[in-house]
Write a protein that binds this ligand. Structure first.
Ligand SMILES: CC(=O)SCCNC(=O)CCNC(=O)[C@H](O)C(C)(C)COP(=O)(O)OP(=O)(O)OC[C@H]1O[C@@H](n2cnc3c(N)ncnc32)[C@H](O)[C@@H]1OP(=O)(O)O
Ligand SMILES: O=C([O-])CC(=O)C(=O)O
Length: 377
């Protein structure tokens, strides 16, 4: 079972310190690993769809069948991008990082459809959830193939809609189910760096888009969401499992950080890993990717044997996405498409019982001293 690490409060990074209250999620609580509004992640990943989980996070309860049908219909009706947003996306260079596209797309939508009052917060959250796949795919297909996609697909689920737009063809059932499970796993994780960013911004009573734009910026880094992309680059460095074992040991000797391993809260394992690892294995067999999967397992073994570090959600998400033919730079934006639900729930929770977040710093600079005029320096 996961349990919280014993932490030195002076070690930095606010590890283990309670920075607020939430009723959305528990992470690393002894005996229950990860729960969204009280439901275990393993059960949600197996039995719930992403739209159900989005509803759970945003509206506080699991939907009835009628509520879910309405919600899915509503999200479908919100998919189309405004033409001004499409024009702006066309101006973003082909060599821009796709996370910058997500950040910019979110920000531009905020200028076109601003949140005038907090009463619109659910509308804005649903709109961002419905449009993020289109924002990414519109830009990607424009800069890669010179195509202007209309963003319409007959796919009911957000997972299917994304894969269909990306590859310009109906995805197979397995890929839709894997993507759906991945979106469920990534949806929410308490006070992680990006969510905390969103809450700090929300606590100033700023608008919804600013909170989400800031969160995307925090997610982009390789110590957080960017690790799935970095993990893929690592796996692809090796030709086979033996080479991975030797190469990893050398990297650890050099004290390199291995992206996709370790966690700020979990100390023994990431409860989301088993689900995505199983998907990665299944998909590897479908596309003849067993060698790449074996390399991943070799990396995992060395990390555990040498450092007692375990794969976090990002590690096997990388190969699972790869086996679905998704280009590596698009990995972290998929995290955005999912985590928008958790971020939005936290922005709303913060607004519901707000206090400006403003901690203090321990001063370690020079003692008080007289000002020296410029001619005397
Ligand atoms: C979905 C997500 O966002 S999950 C997180 C994704 N991020 C990554 O995968 C990036 C790689 N991992 C890491 O950098 C870290 O494990 C973090 C940032 C996730 C958590 O870090 P923390 O709990 O703060 O641990 P910290 O960074 O202090 O590391 C503790 C020790 O373990 C080592 N360590 C931790 N993670 C790793 C790693 N991935 N590779 C190599 N060594 C590691 C550190 O070097 C440190 O060693 P030391 O005590 O000899 O200096
Ligand atoms: O909780 C964290 O620090 C990082 C993480 O796993 C997530 O955001 O999913």
């Amino acid at each position: 079972m996961s349990e919280a690490k014993v932490v030195d409060k002076n070690a930095g990074g606010l590890r283990g310190q309670v920075a607020g209250q939430t009723s959305i999620c528990t992470v690393g609580k002894a005996g229950s690993g990860l729960t969204y509004r009280g439901y275990e992640i393993e059960e949600l990943a197996e039995k719930a769809t992403f739209e159900e989980v989005a509803y759970l996070l945003l509206y506080g309860k699991l939907p009835t069948q009628a509520e879910l049908d309405n919600y899915k219909q509503r999200l479908r009706s919100l998919r189309a991008l405004p033409s001004a947003l499409k024009s702006a996306l066309e101006l973003i260079p082909a060599n821009a990082h796709p996370m910058d596209v997500m950040r910019t797309g979110c920000s531009i939508l905020g200028t076109l459809e601003p949140e005038e009052t907090f009463e619109q917060q659910h509308t804005v959250a649903d709109r961002l959830l419905a449009t993020f796949p289109g924002i990414l795919c519109y830009w990607y297909r424009f800069v890669t193939y010179g195509q202007r996609i209309d963003g319409y697909t007959p796919e009911e689920s957000l997972a299917g809609h994304f894969l269909h737009m990306l590859h310009d063809k109906a995805p197979n059932e397995k890929h839709k189910r894997c993507m759906d499970a991945s979106l469920v796993l990534y949806a929410e994780h308490e006070f992680n760096a990006s969510t905390f960013t969103a809450r700090v911004c929300s606590a100033t009573l700023s608008d919804f888009y600013s909170c989400i734009t800031g969160a995307i910026g925090s997610l982009r880094g390789p110590l957080h969401g960017g690790a799935n992309e970095a993990a893929m680059a690592l796996i692809e460095k090796f030709h086979n499992a033996e080479e991975a074992t030797t190469g990893l040991k050398a990297m650890l000797e050099r004290k390199d950080k291995i992206m996709g391993f370790g966690h700020a809260v979990y100390s023994k394992y990431d409860p989301r890993n088993a689900t995505i690892k199983a998907w990665s294995k299944t998909l590897s067999e479908d596309v003849g990717g067993q060698n790449l999967y074996a390399i991943s397992e070799a990396v995992e073994k060395v990390m555990w044997d040498e450092k007692k570090l375990f794969p976090n959600l990002d590690f096997y998400s990388a190969s699972a996405y790869h086996f679905m033919g998704i280009p590596t730079p698009l990995f972290t934006p998929i995290f955005v498409m999912s985590r928008i639900t958790g971020w939005a729930a936290h922005v709303m929770e913060q607004r519901g019982n707000n206090k400006l977040i403003r901690p203090s710093a321990e001063y370690i600079g020079p003692e008080s001293r007289p000002y020296v005029t410029i001619d005397k320096r």
